[in-house]
Ligand binder design. Structure first.
Ligand SMILES: [Zn+2]
Length: 360
């Protein structure tokens, strides 16, 4: 299995390099039907100056301004750069001519307002930022940010020990403790997965709140370091950037009953409408993997007036794509332009049509 996985990765890499370095990309782009490629990131790390969010975020949540600038220059020279909402409208009209690329960023981090907005303006491009509404409305952050903050100040072992002392969720504690006892590499990541998928959400949030407070955490200050405010969101809207929905609390929707899912999606949509004067067109499922949302989530997004919803399933979109499971390509500092380019020019879709699936 590991060998097969490695072989697939090598073929994927070689094929993408071939398309990218020989100019075959342009030829494949012409041969294949027009498409909408949506890039998905979180934060943009400024080339110079301060970036207060940096010390509170794991490295896979940011891309450097320089790298993103390079990506936008390459895509902007070959495709039309649009927002997700505008791109989907073009899909609805059948999409002809140049293919489209939409940059999207999730959650509503402050650097999107301060770094991304001028960067997009310098490329005369639009884009979409998906806003989690509670940080903007109440200056409160979700559990994952408190977890990252705690682990920057304590060892994973100490954290698990304290979690065990405080929680009534003994199953979650045993799962966490098992990872510690096994001495897993990437322990922080595995603990996060237990907190995300196995722990009881309300109890997890309560315990993290307490540990965060015990270590002297200031939620307002943390939120200010990470998230933009509504004034910044309005300035982005004036600059032509689309603001989309991303729920209130960033839950795993699939773990919620349908009425709770609807509330999370609708209340987030209402906050955006109240602050920005219009309903958002586009929605992003929190976390976005296929097990993080379900058909109720898609229905709730439609009922809240969103015309489309994006996932973290890798691939590109065409007029035939289902509008509530649109695909995106993740971008962070590890992202490689030749792989993104091979997707965006339709190269991997071409192979799929030939019966070869080299997608991730
Ligand atoms: Zn998110």
């Amino acid at each position: 299995m590991a060998f097969k996985h490695k072989l697939k990765g090598a073929l994927r890499e070689g094929y993408a390099r071939l398309l990218f370095h020989t100019g075959l990309c342009a030829l494949v782009d012409k041969l294949m039907p027009p498409r909408l490629t949506i890039l998905a990131g979180h934060c943009v790390r400024p080339a110079g100056g301060e970036w207060p969010a940096g010390e509170h975020l794991p490295p896979d949540m940011s891309i450097s301004e320089r790298k993103l600038d390079e990506f936008l220059r390459w895509f902007g020279a070959r495709f039309e750069l649009v927002s997700v909402g505008a791109g989907v409208e073009r899909l609805d009209r059948g999409l002809s001519g140049k293919s489209l690329v939409a940059l999207s960023m999730d959650d509503g981090y402050r650097d999107n307002a301060r770094v991304l907005t001028p960067l997009l303006a310098s490329h005369k491009a639009s884009g979409t930022v998906y806003l989690e509404s509670r940080p903007l409305d109440e200056r409160k952050v979700n559990w994952a940010h408190k977890y990252f903050w705690i682990l920057a100040r304590s060892t994973p072992e100490d954290f698990v020990h304290r979690f065990g002392e405080l929680t009534s969720d003994k199953d979650a504690f045993h799962a966490l403790n098992q990872h510690v006892c096994e001495g897993r590499v990437d322990l922080r990541y595995h603990l996060k997965l237990v907190l995300k998928y196995d722990a009881q959400p309300a109890e997890r949030d309560r315990v993290l709140d307490q540990v965060f407070a015990e270590l002297g955490g200031d939620e307002r200050a943390l939120c200010d370091a990470l998230y933009m405010d509504w004034d910044e969101a309005r300035a982005m809207q004036r600059a032509g950037i689309e603001l989309g929905g991303h729920t209130v609390n960033h839950p795993i929707l699939a773990k919620l009953a349908p009425p709770e899912q609807s509330r999370e999606i609708e209340d987030g949509a209402r906050s955006i409408e109240r602050e920005l004067g219009q309903r958002a067109r586009s929605f992003a499922y929190p976390w976005g993997r296929r097990w993080d949302f379900n058909e109720h989530s898609s229905r709730a997004a439609r009922e809240s007036g969103f015309g489309c919803a994006v996932t973290m399933h890798a691939g590109v979109n065409t007029p035939k794509s289902e509008r509530y499971t649109l695909k995106r390509l993740a971008i962070d500092d590890a992202a490689q332009l030749h792989l993104l380019a091979a997707e965006a020019c339709g190269g991997f879709e071409l192979l799929r049509r030939l019966g070869v699936n080299l997608s991730e």
